[in-house]
Design a protein around this ligand. Structure first.
Ligand SMILES: [Zn+2]
Length: 340
């Protein structure tokens, strides 16, 4: 009777087009046919939702719309919010200060699983505005990382679990002013002191049981097309500590890439949404997609974004841009239009 019920269950389940094993399969056969856990994660660079992009949103436009399909082609989407979101505060004395209205949050929620706030603009309107942003993001359940109400919150990884994999995202700023940094009792961004970064990456694996760890950096010099010595050194330190890939931004242009110990380092993915640009290279950015399994990044590809005069991006389907796969180890170019 028991066997009959078992057979019946198998017949019903197999009839539902779920992969089934014959009753006498060995466990070894089951293990080899088990699907690999896979996830794709897309990163875009600096987004300033103040000024013209902010105005577009105020007028009811959706400046992300042209990228909607590309965003949908990844399981997880991440961007760098290069401004504070607040209604209060006073602009700091620096060349550029950016503050977005809280009305941008529903749009961020629509397109992003998490945003990094570790950058040199999230503190532009002072600590009270930064704290208001944290409250707004928390109440509206928009996930963020790289900043917090104190040092430990700022350095805590944001964990996303998808397709059976736990991904840890860490965000760091190392571009002045350092006054934006979080402290034991002060809200702010995570600063990339080497020892702290190593400890965070190790904690992400051990304490937070992450399968994959990705630091999203805010570093380098503006307008330099190749990474500097510090970026190269820190990227290696992070991979030696256990990072699976390093993604960077802030130079406002796309920089070179490297592979170290089989792990990709993408030094700068450039701008994604900003009208304050002063040369052609700043109007281009990458939407980079990492294809990941439990062993790390197995391939990555990029879609070129072109920013118009309002700072709003559109894909360039006819463009060819960098792509890579671990198997060949080769850096190639892929036609954007042909990427699925
Ligand atoms: Zn920046």
């Amino acid at each position: 009777m028991k066997n009959l019920i078992q057979q019946l269950i198998i017949t019903v389940i197999c009839g539902m087009a779920i992969p089934c094993f014959a009753q006498n399969d060995t466990s070894t056969t089951k293990a080899t046919t088990k699907p690999t856990k896979q996830v794709s994660i897309l990163f875009v660079g600096d987004m300033v939702l103040d000024d013209l992009p902010g105005k577009a949103i105020e007028q009811g436009q959706d400046p992300f719309a042209a990228f909607e399909k590309i965003f949908q082609s990844a399981d997880i989407r991440v961007g760098n919010l290069e401004c504070v979101i607040a209604t209060i505060g006073k602009a700091s004395e620096k060349n550029f200060t950016f503050r977005a209205h809280p009305r941008v949050i529903p749009l961020l929620k629509k397109y992003f699983d998490a945003i990094s706030i570790a950058n040199n603009h999230s503190g532009d309107y002072g600590p009270a505005a930064f704290s208001e942003m944290l409250t707004l993001l928390n109440t509206q359940k928009m996930s963020y990382f790289g900043g917090g109400n104190n040092l430990s919150e700022a350095h805590r990884p944001h964990i996303i679990e998808r397709n059976g994999l736990r991904i840890a995202l860490l965000g760091y700023d190392e571009f002045m002013p350092r006054s934006f940094e979080a402290n034991v009792n002060k809200a702010g961004v995570a600063w990339s002191e080497d020892e702290q970064v190593i400890a965070d990456i190790k904690a992400a694996r051990q304490q937070y049981r992450a399968d994959i760890v990705i630091p999203f950096m805010h570093w380098g010099w503006e307008n330099e097309m190749t990474a500097n010595k510090r970026q190269r050194e820190l990227a290696r330190i992070m991979i030696d500590a256990g990072a699976d890939a390093v993604i960077g931004g802030h130079p406002h242009v796309i920089q070179d890439t490297e592979t170290y110990k089989g792990k990709p380092i993408i030094y700068s993915i450039g701008n994604f949404m900003i009208d304050a640009v002063d040369n052609e290279a700043q109007t281009l950015g990458w939407a980079i997609r990492l294809h990941i399994d439990q062993h790390g990044v197995k391939a990555w590809d990029t879609r070129m974004a072109k920013l118009n005069k309002e700072g709003i991006p559109s894909p360039i389907p006819e463009a060819s841009s960098a792509c890579w796969d671990k198997k060949s180890g080769e850096l190639r170019t892929c036609k954007n239009a042909q990427l699925q």
